[in-house]
Write a protein that binds this ligand. Structure first.
Ligand code: GLC
Length: 462
């Protein structure tokens, strides 16, 4: 029997390589391609942000003058069509300059005006998506919404003429960010009166309107990006205040993320100094290691264990564990190179570490796709000591490049890395349980020990 082909609309705030903030962008860029290969008709809609590089990602007007009811009046939006590079997946840019031309993508942790602007603009995105689907000549069988920026689509779609029964999937990439704003204001944008607010299952109708919570209640299916995180978010510890709402659902699925193995391939990667495959991994990694040491102004030295890390510098990522044990790590005789940017408190703690230990800790603050690839290829070990991790892509990319991850046993890290200490034959990295500096230190000690005594394991790039 032939498999049914579905028409799927992705609603997402970001899609790699067009516009990327974090891992959500990577998944929203890779998954549609994989579905297309399996014969599904996938299309993506996102805001036509002013910051999109239109020369590299051109688009043409596709639908004009679509009506959207917003703040109790009709406004007109257009949709421009481009294509997801490396595929024929159409990308629809929702063109409404008043909302989206302001020069940023989105903020999750900002306060005041910046946050209001971000939330307002995604309430608009969801409103517009739910309404324009009745006015265009392509009708999805399924609407796949990603994170809080798209989480209002499932409830608003119930008011659609054509799509009030169209199934929706809400994928939670990170429960920490929910998009909450005073309900009175959000209802005003949506043009709902207080009485009509019953339409939403507002727990506390005069206080916060939580976009993600709306999606959790209204979507046909709610899932997240790993089986372990799917269980963790049902608990008060990692439920971010929504564990009850999630527990009321018949099920919350955990579907492990993947990576685009064509994009991330050491045999073709244009960013790395020396390309390599499984056959040439030993030499390839050694050459990339010395190139990476050079890039961070460290002396080339293959005898030192080189640890790399790439990630958002937020408290989620657990780098504070490392900052707390600088002197102990110093005695292990290893080197750490790190790339990322994020919250100033985390950046500053790491900068202090870099100033105190320049011989073995080097930090580059910023976003640099090229250097990130050089770290995946050149490091012996990839560090992800996350406090929590819905899935994590860094460890998957690292393993694709033959780099052993050191991870904490949480969320997708637990599902994707198995500990060499516990499973000497099948292990793929080093895993520690407790979110404590001492536990991280002993994982680093173990990695150093294996590096000294069984270097072949690293050289083979398992
Ligand atoms: C978020 C999560 C990360 C996950 C990614 C893609 O960035 O923090 O764990 O891998 O989304 O789903």
């Amino acid at each position: 029997m032939a498999t049914r082909r579905y028409k799927v609309l992705f609603v997402t705030p970001e899609v790699t390589p067009i516009i990327k903030v974090g891992g959500l962008g990577d998944v929203a860029g890779a998954l549609p391609k994989a579905l297309e290969v399996r014969g599904h008709d996938v299309r993506i809609i996102l805001p036509d942000y002013g910051v999109i590089d239109r020369a590299t990602y051109p688009s043409d007007r596709c639908w004009s003058n679509l009506r959207v009811r917003w703040e109790s009046r009709d406004v007109q939006v257009n949709i421009n069509e481009g294509v997801l590079p490396g595929s024929t997946v159409p990308v629809y840019y929702l063109d409404y300059p008043e909302q989206f031309e302001y020069g940023g993508v989105y903020v999750e942790k900002a306060g005041g005006d910046a946050l209001k602007r971000a939330i307002r603009h995604f309430v608009f995105l969801s409103t517009a998506v739910a309404q324009v689907l009745d006015q265009i000549d392509w009708q999805p069988d399924l609407v796949h919404c990603h994170d809080w920026p798209a989480a209002l689509v499932p409830s608003l779609l119930r008011r659609s003429k054509i799509h009030n029964h169209t199934p929706t999937v809400l994928t939670i990439h990170n429960l920490e960010n929910q998009g909450g704003w005073p309900a009175q204001e959000v209802l005003g944008w949506l043009g709902f009166t207080d009485r009509q607010a019953e339409f939403f299952s507002l727990r506390d109708r005069y206080k916060s309107f939580n976009l993600l919570q709306q999606g959790i209640h209204a979507a046909t299916v709610v899932n997240t990006v790993s089986p372990t995180y799917a269980k963790e978010i049902l608990t008060p510890e990692l439920g971010e205040g929504l564990d009850q709402d999630l527990s009321e659902r018949p099920s919350v699925q955990g579907v492990l993320n993947g990576i685009d193995t064509e994009q991330f391939d050491p045999a073709t990667d244009p960013h790395i100094a020396f390309r390599y495959s499984a056959k040439t991994v030993t030499r390839g990694k050694a050459q990339n290691k010395s190139a990476l040491q050079k890039a961070f102004a460290l002396p080339a030295n293959d005898d030192k264990l080189l640890i790399g890390s790439v990630g958002r510098l937020t408290s989620q990522k657990g780098y504070d564990l490392l900052a707390a044990i600088g002197p102990d790590v110093a005695s292990l005789g290893l080197e750490i190179v790190m790339l990322g940017s994020g919250h100033s408190s985390v950046e500053q703690a790491l900068q202090r570490l870099a100033q105190a230990h320049p011989a073995w800790f080097r930090l580059r603050i910023g976003f640099d796709a090229r250097l990130a690839q050089q770290i995946y290829a050149g490091a012996d070990v990839f560090l992800m000591p996350s406090r929590f991790e819905p899935c994590g892509l860094g460890q998957l990319i690292a393993m694709r490049y033959g780099t052993l991850p050191v991870v904490r046993a949480t969320g997708g890290l637990k599902d994707t890395v198995s500990d060499l200490g516990l499973h000497p034959h099948q292990g793929t990295g080093f895993v520690f349980e407790n979110f404590q500096s001492a536990a991280l230190l002993s994982a680093l000690q173990q990695a150093s020990h294996v590096f000294r005594t069984n270097k072949k394991l690293f050289a083979d790039g398992r």
